[in-house]
Design a protein around this ligand. Structure first.
Ligand SMILES: Nc1nc2c(ncn2[C@@H]2O[C@H](COP(=O)(O)OP(=O)(O)OP(=O)(O)O)[C@@H](O)[C@H]2O)c(=O)[nH]1
Ligand SMILES: [Mg+2]
Length: 380
């Protein structure tokens, strides 16, 4: 990962020669592949006293992933490009550029339509195209390839401000609360995060705060078992805030590094459920005024512009500190990431590129844009 940061070009460097970005995913993959999932902690039955917090916070782990920066073997995970190439965004633009078109108004209009269709948002797409149009008028681009390079640079620049990786090393336990509408991938993302944090050598505890359905607890337990991570749960119908409160007490008494709390999917129209989120925050605050340290809103990348109103509503209900955009593999359009970045500027912590434990990536603007829009597109 570190290697990649060093190789990244400055924001306004000449766009003609793009740095390869697979190294980010590769180093990431190697780090994860090298990590072993340790044995499970003992089961989560105890009724602990809230323990005094150790002043020596999880420092020993903070540098662990960076230390393994030398990729020893071929990556186990598929690259961003491989995962994103099926998206509507990539397909539309690829057919546009491989024709090696003339740089005229018709082409720019087509490009604009393509961006809008991919959910970039009308305002953002128009602004992007107008910038490019001015440069076309000034004859800055020799051909479509040069324009593609400029577009890539522009897109990376739009996303760079929201590329802010989540650091869970500063607090113990670091409390992560997952929220979002139904079916966006909250529980799956928790499973992936548990896998990631275990791979970094951290101890993890999960809280089954989705008390709506018995199946939700089982789903979380399955992810817990897979990663050797204990799950704190009560019977279905229990009070979500009380489950998460108990879990935080347990995490504190055990000195657990990261507590991740699941919650039920909810819509903004369900005011009772939205209020429940505020209650969770309030109750956690009794044990730790800063908890949750991260309220992660999960957005389904295939949702389109509706994602914008979801962010607004959850912002209001609980205050969101970061986003995870899932399902960007396969049929997702991908453009919603740009719309979100532009509208809110909230950190995009992770993206989901598939259903398995390894398919969560720390958000990386350059790798993401390269996946959507490979530089090689302009070669045809
Ligand atoms: N392709 C793909 N599928 C995903 C991704 N993330 C989650 N899914 C799938 O989306 C579906 C819903 O995931 P869940 O994790 O159950 O979603 P949830 O938000 O917890 O759902 P509720 O608890 O019902 O609100 C499952 O079939 C997941 O496998 C992703 O990044 N890519
Ligand atoms: Mg769920």
């Amino acid at each position: 990962m570190l290697k990649f940061w060093k190789r990244k070009k400055p924001a306004d460097a000449a766009p003609a020669q793009e740095a390869p970005v697979e190294t980010a995913a590769d180093a990431d993959a190697a780090t994860e592949a090298a990590a072993q999932v340790p044995a499970p902690e003992p089961s989560a039955q105890a009724e602990p006293e809230p323990a005094a917090e150790s002043a020596a916070v999880a420092d020993s782990f903070a540098t662990a992933p960076e230390a393994a920066a030398e990729p020893p073997a071929p990556p186990a995970k598929r690259s961003w490009r491989e995962r994103l190439s099926g998206s509507g965004f990539a397909r539309g633009l690829s057919s546009l550029f491989t024709r090696n078109p003339a740089l005229d108004d018709a082409f720019l209009d087509e490009l604009e339509t393509c961006l809008i269709t991919a959910d970039v948002g009308v305002a953002a797409a128009t602004e992007l195209i107008e910038k490019l149009r001015k440069r076309v008028d000034r004859r800055e681009f020799a051909d479509a390839r040069a324009l593609l390079a400029a577009l890539r640079t522009e897109l990376v620049q739009q996303l760079q401000p929201v590329e802010k990786p989540l650091d869970v090393g500063g607090r113990r336990p670091f409390v992560l609360l997952m929220v979002g509408v139904n079916g966006v991938g909250k529980t799956t993302t928790i499973g992936k995060l548990a896998h990631r944090f275990r791979g970094e050598g951290r101890s993890v505890l999960l809280a089954a705060g989705d008390t709506f359905r018995a199946a939700a607890v089982e789903q979380l337990r399955t992810w817990g078992d897979r990663n050797g991570v204990p799950v704190i749960a009560q019977g279905s119908g229990a009070d979500s805030a009380s489950v998460i409160f108990d879990a935080l007490q347990t995490a504190r008494s055990r000195g657990t590094d990261v507590l991740i709390a699941d919650t039920a999917g909810r819509l903004h129209t369900q005011s009772g459920l939205m209020d429940e989120l505020a209650k969770i925050r309030r109750v956690l605050g009794k044990l730790d005024a800063d908890a949750p340290h991260e309220a992660l809103l999960v957005i389904d990348g295939t949702t389109g512009q509706n994602a914008i109103s979801q962010v607004r509503q959850f912002q209001q209900a609980i205050g969101v500190s970061g986003l995870v955009v899932t399902k960007l593999d396969g049929t997702a359009k991908g453009g919603v990431v740009f719309a979100l970045a532009r509208e809110f500027g909230l950190p995009i912590r992770y993206v989901g590129l598939g259903e398995s434990a390894e398919d969560l990536r720390a958000f990386d603007a350059a790798a993401f844009v390269d996946g959507l829009l490979p530089a090689a597109l302009g070669n045809g």
